[in-house]
Ligand binder design. Structure first.
Ligand code: C5P
Length: 319
């Protein structure tokens, strides 16, 4: 067995993107507690920046957070970056590690901010200790941490199947202009899936066969390939939307305001409560953001574009 790896730098910083699901089709509940799904992820230019640094033997693992929603991030073992560190300990990393997260992605917003933290931590530790793990192995480790973590490593636009963690990259053209509206309170992902099952009239114990197979629309894939946002907009769909709206009814107003302001498509992002609006261009995005802010339906708005790159090293320091 290989020995204990030595660090090859003092610290490494990695950026990993947030995501929006352009389509999210949810099938039945599986025995492992996850739902079978088919989704199209697009990574957006909104990043978590994670710096990992090895510490002296007398120190302890520690996670610190700054930036958007920093006060809402747990600093204990429930932090996904800490869980990623635990996962990487199987490579015999012996040093205590300091993890610092600079956040841009809203917490509990359906944009996979925590998953981006985990993805960035895996990639950063791989680089800090010169492990040079094959991509497939990193993706496997990522999938153990959560269904959205592998996509934060991959980035771009991709179809996700199974739990959303089996990925096939897809080619798209053009840049997509997004406005995200945050909500004042987060929604927990399991409760949104649970609410969808309840709305579907399904009782506990049913299995995948009881629900129509999850499927993404071929016309959406075609529209993405030709790079026409006006064709993509009306095809954006999310099965979790009615569950998120059922738990947070104000989201219906937010979606309506964005549509009236000219959004080509409007939907709840992932399990919500962040809502996503596709605009024709930069000006269209500004109009939507202004309308959302003026009407008071959004806690905050974020303008960004996609697709964005996956987790990558942006800095290495030797001291
Ligand atoms: O994988 P992750 O930890 O992000 O998922 C959080 C929760 O969301 C799961 O525990 C499960 O309740 C729900 N989920 C699901 N089916 C999926 C993905 C997530 O039911 N495919």
């Amino acid at each position: 067995m290989a020995g204990v790896p030595d660090p090859v730098a003092r610290s490494v910083t990695v950026r990993a993107p947030g995501k929006v699901n352009l389509a999210l089709s949810v099938g039945g509940l599986r025995e492992d507690g996850y739902h079978e799904l088919q989704t199209i992820f697009q990574a957006v230019d909104l990043y978590e920046e994670v710096t990992v640094r090895w510490l002296g033997p007398e120190e302890q693992d520690v996670v610190t957070v700054e930036g958007r929603d920093a006060d809402k991030v747990p600093l204990d073992d429930s932090n996904l970056a800490m869980q990623a560190l635990d996962e990487m300990r199987s490579y015999r990393i012996a040093h205590p590690i300091g993890i610092h997260i600079r956040k841009q992605i809203p917490v509990a917003g359906g944009m996979a901010g925590g998953s981006a933290d985990a993805a960035a931590t895996l990639v950063a530790l791989d680089a800090l200790f010169g492990l040079d793990l094959p991509r497939e192995e990193l993706l496997e480790r990522a999938a153990r941490l959560g269904a959205d973590v592998p996509f934060a490593i991959l980035g771009g636009t991709a179809i996700g199947t199974s739990r959303g963690d089996e990925l096939t990259p897809i080619l798209t053209q053009g840049r997509y202009h997004w406005v995200f509206a945050t909500a004042p309170h987060g929604l927990s992902t399991p409760s949104v899936f649970f609410e969808l099952d309840r709305l579907r009239g399904l009782s506990p114990g049913f299995t995948a066969e009881h629900v129509a197979a999850a499927k993404v629309s071929p016309s959406l894939l075609m529209a993405l390939r030709t790079g026409d946002p006006a064709a993509v907009g009306p095809l954006l769909t999310n099965d979790l939307e009615r569950a998120a709206v059922s738990l947070a009814p104000a989201l219906a107003d937010t979606l309506a305001v964005g549509r009236e302001a000219g959004a080509l498509g409007a939907l709840v992002s992932g399990s919500g409560p962040t809502t996503a609006f596709l605009a024709a261009d930069t000006e269209g995005a500004l109009d939507i953001a202004v309308a959302l802010t003026a009407s008071g339906v959004a806690a905050d708005t974020i303008r960004t574009t996609g697709p964005a790159h996956g987790a990558r090293v942006i800095d290495r320091k030797q001291d």
